[in-house]
Design a protein around this ligand. Structure first.
Ligand code: ZN
Length: 117
């Protein structure tokens, strides 16, 4: 992959990473504030724990994406970015445009989802 394209994906990954880190920090802050608020009565607390579950659910997805982004950034550093981790073929640009942290090409990703490797 040429340097210009690599820089383009790197920028996308870094931007997304910053957004995710901000979202995660905000979610944790909101969870803490709700817990420590003594004026919140029991009914509200119950509603809060529901909200929290929802927020934490989101956070775990965010964390998974964050881990994939970190991995993609490491692949950029070690010159392995843009190559499918399974078949070693160069990945389709439209695949990377849609999911810049993708580790597998579309074909392999489909096989993976079907449990074929
Ligand atoms: Zn592949």
């Amino acid at each position: 992959m040429d340097k210009k394209r690599l820089e383009y994906y790197k920028k996308k990954l870094v931007t997304r990473r910053d957004e995710l880190l901000r979202t995660i920090a905000r979610t944790q802050e909101e969870g803490r504030t709700a817990d420590e608020d003594p004026t919140v009565d029991l009914a509200d607390k119950a509603a809060n724990s529901y909200t929290k579950e929802f927020l934490f659910g989101m956070t775990s997805t965010d964390r998974a994406i964050l881990a994939m982004i970190d991995e993609a950034l490491r692949r950029i550093q070690s010159n392995q970015y843009g190559v499918c981790a399974n078949c070693q073929e160069e990945m389709q640009p439209k695949r990377l445009d849609a999911v810049p942290w993708a580790k597998h090409c579309i074909t392999c990703q489909e096989k993976k989802e079907q449990g074929l490797f």
